[in-house]
Design a protein around this ligand. Structure first.
Ligand code: ZN
Length: 277
């Protein structure tokens, strides 16, 4: 049996798979329990789990969790921990890296950028068929490029990250900062003249992010996903119609910008990790 975990900034979601497919789904809030101790409680009930695959909303390298702005980290050397204590093989990769592995496999394309706007703003890149990970495993962290000063600090420690303008958590923080009803969604903000500035800042930061990915990585396909895209599908056409003003023209030639067609690309990609190495 394989335990597949989507460790996100808001939820920990797990699926137990056997040779016959999905057997069981489990859910927990990321803020209430550490990832390792939550998985240990699952393993105790399912002693036949021999492999764990994790899509992780943070930075990881060679089975070690380096940092996680939004998740409680109880064990950093997580691969070694589960090997030594339970003899379980564990594979862990950044969530956007998992997503882009799944997207490029599904699309049968070798040059893909996956941009997910959920709690954070993430990017995963497959270029000429290879996943871009960088020297210490933190490449393509587009949400944390310097953009402009915000009145609050990012989970990474800086206060000028682009994610502080274009992400679900950014919208929550701006609403709190401006003392706006937290229930107002992105469309409400756009439609209310006194709050539309927050929407405009969101859209602009998103266009900068997507165009930066296109200009730097020259993908054939840009796949958009994540909770904010799911609940605001109109963002796909807004990006497509305005991206020319932002991306380098020659890098934009022939690029397709689409919404994900996969139900949970990070989970699908995580499950593929054990076959990749
Ligand atoms: Zn940051």
């Amino acid at each position: 049996m394989t335990l597949v975990v989507d460790a996100g900034g808001t939820h920990l979601r797990a699926e137990i798979h056997s040779k016959n497919g999905l057997q069981e789904k489990l859910n927990e809030k990321s803020s209430t329990v550490g990832l390792a101790s939550w998985m240990e409680t699952i393993i105790k009930d399912h002693s036949d789990i021999k492999t764990i695959c994790i899509s992780y909303a943070g930075q990881v390298k060679d089975g070690v969790i380096i940092s996680a702005p939004n998740i409680k980290v109880d064990v950093h050397e997580i691969k070694e921990y589960f090997k030594d204590k339970y003899e379980i093989s564990l594979f862990i990769e950044n969530d956007l890296n998992c997503a882009v592995i799944a997207e490029s496999t599904y699309l049968k394309e070798e040059d893909v950028c996956a941009i997910y706007i959920g709690t954070g703003l993430g990017l995963g890149v497959v270029s000429s068929g290879n996943l871009i990970t960088g020297f210490s495993g933190v490449a393509t962290e587009i949400g944390h490029i310097a953009y402009k000063e915000a009145p609050f600090v990012c989970g990474c420690g800086k206060s000028n990250c682009i994610e502080l303008f274009a992400s679900g958590s950014a919208l929550d923080r701006w609403k709190k900062h401006k003392k706006i009803d937290p229930k107002l969604n992105l469309q409400d903000l756009k439609d209310t003249p006194e709050f539309s500035e927050i929407y405009k800042e969101f859209e602009l930061a998103l266009l900068y992010s997507v165009s930066t990915a296109i200009t730097l990585f020259n993908p054939k396909v840009v796949v958009l996903g994540g909770g904010i895209i799911e609940s605001n599908p109109q963002l796909e056409s807004i990006i497509a119609s305005k991206i020319e003003e932002f991306a380098m023209p020659v890098a934009l030639r022939g690029v397709k910008i689409i919404k994900t067609k996969l139900n949970n690309a990070p989970i699908i990609g995580a499950l593929m990790l054990k076959d990749l190495r």
